[in-house]
Write a protein that binds this ligand. Sequence first.
Ligand code: LRH
Ligand code: MN
Ligand code: MN
Length: 388
Amino acid sequence: MSLPDRALARLDSLSIEVPSWAYGNSGTRFRVFSTPGTPRTVQEKIADAAQVHAFTGLAPSVALHIPWDTTDDYAALARFAGDLGLALGTVNSNTFQDEAYKFGSLASLDAGVRRKAIDHHFECLDVMDATGSRDLKIWLADGTNYPGQSDMRRRQDHLAQSLREIYDRLGAQQRMVLEYKFFEPSFYHMDVPDWGTSYAHVSALGERALVCLDTGHHAPGTNIEFIVAQLLRLGKLGSFDFNSRFYADDDLIVGAADPFQLFRIIVEVVRGGGLDPAGGVALMLDQCHNVEDKIPGQIRSVLNVQEMVARALLIDSDALVAAQEANDVLGANAVFMDAFYTDVRPMLAAYREDRGLPADPMAAFAASGYLGTIADERVGGTQAGWGA
Ligand code: LRH
Ligand code: MN
Ligand code: MN
């Protein structure tokens, strides 16, 4: 069996953005384990990301996190990335590691703290101007731990005002995506806990403000594909942060914990036009590799997304629609499951070879010796990303 023609064009245009922080050491609050060859600079993170793209053809851009990826010349960094065949993508702001933000940032009750947080986002926009990035991604750690600790409602008003100031500074080609998360680091309430809150804020701002859906940021059992369908229907899904989770915000390899959930999500992405290049949905990874090697972890991740896209494209849509319209419950479910259970790996191996890529990118990367080379060269690596 080979992939149907209609699937080929879609697969050819599939691109998945990788996060710079995936290449640095990460861990839990108990221990951050180190990996030989850890990047010491943002340039080394980008060089590692280039490997993912070289072996898969799937990951042509890298997201930055500011200030983790601070450098004195962002235009030069974009040229550096370009020379390696990559673009610099989404710029992530960071208002969660500065002492000043202990009680919030854009939603804080303190006007001085809000000013500092807004100014940080202006700096991120300056970075985007230099790199040519389209998207500013905002995720806020803002929230409270105890009932009565703060004024939840007033904080929403402050947040709306802060976001307005940032939105009004966007360039004509730039967008803002607002990411939500139901808990952590705050455990009683988060100021942007769910897609509805994010949607309310971005809708008030304008058409270049959109929602970012991180697959690890929902309560267990949430029907994430329904949220995907709804946001696409409303024209407000801007981007994904893909990862998988067993318990909390585990940031594990996408598709590792629940491949069927990833399939269901991708089905709705395809159905809602989210894979169309003009659709404007950025597919990103947001993962941390605590114990596994980082570059193979990223290669595995983009391949997992590609496999689920291929399976979703195998759905016999005519048969599915016919079964749905006839209220053939089990028939419709069978059409859906047939696609999910199809092993697309041999088809994708052939597809890659046709495009001059290795049939098995994991094996080809392992054979390349790159991990040994960076382990020898990058002695004295400091942690990049988290905690940097
Ligand atoms: C928050 C989050 C957000 C951050 C990233 C490092 O949990 O998902 O996207 O920017 O982790
Ligand atoms: Mn995220
Ligand atoms: Mn997260």
